[in-house]
Design a binder for this molecule. Structure first.
Ligand code: ZN
Length: 162
């Protein structure tokens, strides 16, 4: 074999391997395995860039997770858009705290207002739930209100105009 045909051979094999891996990830078993890899990477915070994950623990074995996830994933025909979600965002990775969510819903859920008691809104500055009437409305946000309460907004404007 000449150098270039050898190269072609390896390139073709690599594509085959990638294609097989992609196909495997579209099966419940393959998707579950990938999810497990992501969970452990996150919980171990390997690259140290995610301070919010510092205290998150994995309280289940790989086998327990795979068994649960495969059963859940089998309920769906398309797996691409599904992600693992912790029902309580500040809880650990354990079966009782897990559910499958579409990536969009998962992203939306990162907002504190997902858990806001009715009539209350989370102020990102006060770090507390305050009554709705303490906020200006914002129709483009998930909660329907601005993320800072009126008082915090007022503070901010004063600082910015100095
Ligand atoms: Zn506030």
């Amino acid at each position: 074999m000449s150098d270039s045909s050898q190269l072609r051979y390896y390139r073709k094999n690599r594509d085959d391997i990638n294609r097989k891996r992609d196909l495997y990830r579209q099966t419940p078993k393959g998707k579950a395995a990938m999810m497990w890899t992501n969970i452990t990477a996150r919980a171990e915070n390997r690259n140290g860039t995610n301070p919010q994950y510092t205290y998150v623990k994995v309280l289940m074995t790989r086998e327990e997770f795979i068994e649960w996830a495969v059963k859940e994933l089998e309920k769906f025909s398309v797996l691409d858009n599904l992600s693992i979600d912790r029902k309580q965002n500040d809880g650990h990775y354990e079966i009782s705290n897990l559910q499958l969510l579409s990536l969009d819903d998962n992203r939306r859920k990162q907002g504190k207002n997902y858990f806001a008691p009715s009539g209350y809104v989370w102020c990102s500055k006060c770090k507390d739930y305050l009554l709705e009437n303490k906020f200006h409305k914002n129709s483009t946000s998930v909660s329907g209100f601005q993320s800072f309460c009126k008082e915090c907004r007022h503070e901010r404007r004063k600082i910015h105009s100095r």
